[in-house]
Write a protein that binds this ligand. Structure first.
Ligand SMILES: Cc1cc2nc3c(=O)[nH]c(=O)nc-3n(C[C@H](O)[C@H](O)[C@H](O)COP(=O)(O)O)c2cc1C
Length: 156
């Protein structure tokens, strides 16, 4: 049985190198997920993560347990797990999407002052997922240009 599992969480260590963190997470995720037929999408903004994982029930649930123990985030709030016939993110072992104008419009309409994915509900979650599906994938490049610029990216 294939399932979809989505959760929201809060990033730890705001002062650390965000781009390096995202790059590390995506490297491990893409390697493990592609070997285990898991796919999905990760979104980060305003100190919060949103992730959708799709794949075989036991693999996704086991992975989620390990993600929950990860010290890079906390306050993990899972949405209802749903059974799915097809994995619609199958082109991406883990797609990464950065904030864009369509997503900004969507959150503005929802009256979100900042990105707070825990406030998504059963109506808004599928719409957000559609935006993430349609969005272009963002490539993360950690910047190694001295201490002052570590992880600074005005779009994140
Ligand atoms: C927000 C976030 C999302 C993550 N997504 C994945 C993922 O999709 N796949 C994956 O294998 N690891 C993911 N990780 C990393 C795992 O939490 C963990 O580091 C990895 O499974 C290795 O665990 P281990 O050191 O216990 O083997 C994610 C971590 C964070 C903080």
């Amino acid at each position: 049985m294939k399932i979809q599992l989505c959760y929201a969480s809060t990033r730890n260590n705001e002062s650390e190198d965000l781009l390096q963190d995202l790059n590390d997470i995506l490297t491990v995720a893409r390697d493990f997920n592609s070997r285990n037929e898991i796919c999905g999408v990760l979104y980060y903004a305003d100190g919060s993560f949103f992730q959708c994982l799709q794949g075989s029930e036991h693999v996704v649930k086991q992975l989620f347990e390990s993600i929950c123990k990860d010290k890079r985030h906390h306050q993990i709030i899972g949405f209802d797990t749903t059974e799915i016939a097809e994995t619609n993110f199958k082109d991406w072992s883990m797609k990464y999407v950065q904030r864009n104008s369509e997503i900004n419009k969507f959150f503005k309409k929802m009256n979100f002052k900042i990105f707070s994915p825990a406030q998504l509900d059963e109506n808004s979650l599928p719409i957000f997922l559609n935006h993430l599906y349609d969005a272009d994938q963002t490539n993360i490049k950690p910047q190694r240009v001295g201490m002052n610029n570590r992880g600074v990216n005005k779009y994140l």
